[in-house]
Design a protein around this ligand. Structure first.
Ligand SMILES: *Cc1c(COP(=O)(O)O)cnc(C)c1O
Length: 421
């Protein structure tokens, strides 16, 4: 038997094959030598590289895939200090929330708005600031859990408030809220209305619209979830698509009388991960002054990206955001792309599919789409491609849905398809 290579020599040899920093390759080399499996070192180094954040092609047909970071977005900014908390007019310290807050307020028709790290944080902060030590009315039909362990009763509890169940699982009327308010009086600080997102009760159901809740004496906080800004989608040439019909929008929810709305910025809004609180100025100020706001505040990179997205909406160019660009094409356009990909790959069959918005948006509805199908399960081989292509298996066949694929990536999809095992 030949002597094993030195750790350093093996790490250097690995660096020719895998682009990782030397200390990480040294770890791989040391472990492989210690275990007597030097031959496995290159595969281990590649496996380690694949644990890092990696850009992929999303061919799942789920446009906002939480595992793939929801809305795709490009953003670049200069490596310069920026006015995150600096007021250029006075030269004094400024508010971190001012730049993006004013744009979000303008977009949603709110008096004021602020940004935190995600929508779970937005709801938590709104409850803590408005209802800490007091009670929050929530319909039994809206006391839900939404993906990733966002549970309304637990968030309310963490916000230091007591949740009061109102109505029944399937029907809650204004009279139910009124009765709870009359019985509990000043202990009740607010009504929390939650869009059930990825959950739906059908049949004998009734909920109380925001316009009715707004007649109560306490503020209504509406967690609309997805961050659809305007139900009319004026940024799309064809207006609002049918699958958005039941999705609450920030502008209309505030106009209906919600004191505050909260939503994610990486769902239908199409931006980076963040959460928005928008509505009455006094209530937004109360949220911003709460001690939790400091722990939940976003950094300059996120604020910079959000500012860009807000300006894009205000320019009525949101159709150019990567998320809305996935929504726009007709099935005919997707079919033409599929035909070209199948021709280049010399493989695959074209089928009609149903793409989904994802991330709990517009539950139970999809968009007509087009996919390319291969017999058998090729998921692992597609994931091993550079860049990885993420697809789905349906009834024993691999489906690559084109609605969630950027057209610029079609040649890579064709290459992955051609070479996959
Ligand atoms: C998605 C969603 C949340 C959680 O939002 P995150 O940004 O993921 O924290 C909360 N409420 C509703 C209604 C949602 O749809």
């Amino acid at each position: 038997m030949s002597r094993p290579p030195s750790v350093d020599a093996l790490a250097r040899a690995l660096s020719a094959q895998v682009d990782l920093p030397h200390p990480l390759l040294v770890d791989v080399a040391r472990a492989a030598i210690a275990e007597g499996v030097v031959d496995e070192a290159p595969a281990r180094a590649r496996a380690l590289a694949r644990t890092l954040l990696t850009p992929v092609v999303n061919a799942t047909g789920v446009l906002l895939h939480t595992n793939l970071g929801r809305a795709p977005l490009a953003h670049s900014q200069q490596a310069r200090p920026q006015t995150v908390e600096f007021d250029l007019a006075t030269g004094e310290r400024g508010s971190r929330q001012r730049a993006v807050g004013q744009l979000l307020a303008r977009l949603t028709g709110a008096e004021a708005a602020m940004v935190v790290n995600n929508n779970a944080a937005a709801v938590l902060l709104a409850v803590a600031a408005l209802a800490g030590g007091r009670q929050v009315l929530v319909s039994r039909g809206e006391s839900v859990e939404i993906g990733g362990a966002f549970r309304v009763p637990e968030v309310t509890e963490q916000g230091g408030a007591q949740l009061v169940d109102v109505g029944t699982t399937n029907r809650t009327r204004l009279a139910d809220y009124r009765r709870a308010l009359t019985r509990r009086g000043a202990d009740v600080a607010m009504v929390l209305k939650v869009h059930p997102s990825n959950y739906r009760v059908e049949g004998f159901v009734e909920d109380t619209p925001v316009a009715q809740l707004a007649t109560l004496e306490v503020p209504v906080v509406a967690d609309i979830g997805s961050g659809l800004i305007d139900a009319a989608c004026p940024w799309l040439p064809t207006g609002a698509p049918a699958w958005l019909a039941d999705e609450p929008a920030a502008r209309q929810t505030l106009a209906a009388g919600a004191a505050l709305v909260t939503f994610s910025t990486d769902k239908l809004f199409g931006g980076p991960q963040g959460g928005v609180i928008a509505g009455r100025a006094d209530l937004v100020t109360a949220c911003a002054r709460h001690p939790l706001a400091r722990a939940l505040r976003p950094g300059g990179l996120v604020l910079g990206a959000l500012q860009e997205v807000c300006l894009t909406y205000l320019r009525k160019q949101a159709g150019a955001l990567p998320f809305w660009r996935m929504v726009a094409p007709s099935s005919g356009a997707l079919r033409a792309r599929a035909t070209a990909i199948v021709a280049a790959a010399e493989r695959g069959e074209i089928v009609d599919t149903l793409a989904l918005p994802g991330a709990g948006s517009a539950p139970g509805v999809g968009m007509a789409s087009v996919g390319i199908v291969l017999d058998g399960d090729h998921l692992a081989s597609l994931r091993a491609h550079d860049p990885p292509v993420i697809a789905r298996v349906r009834e024993g066949r691999t489906v690559l849905d084109l609605r969630s694929v950027d057209p610029d990536d079609d040649t890579m999809v064709a290459r992955a398809l051609r070479h996959c095992r």
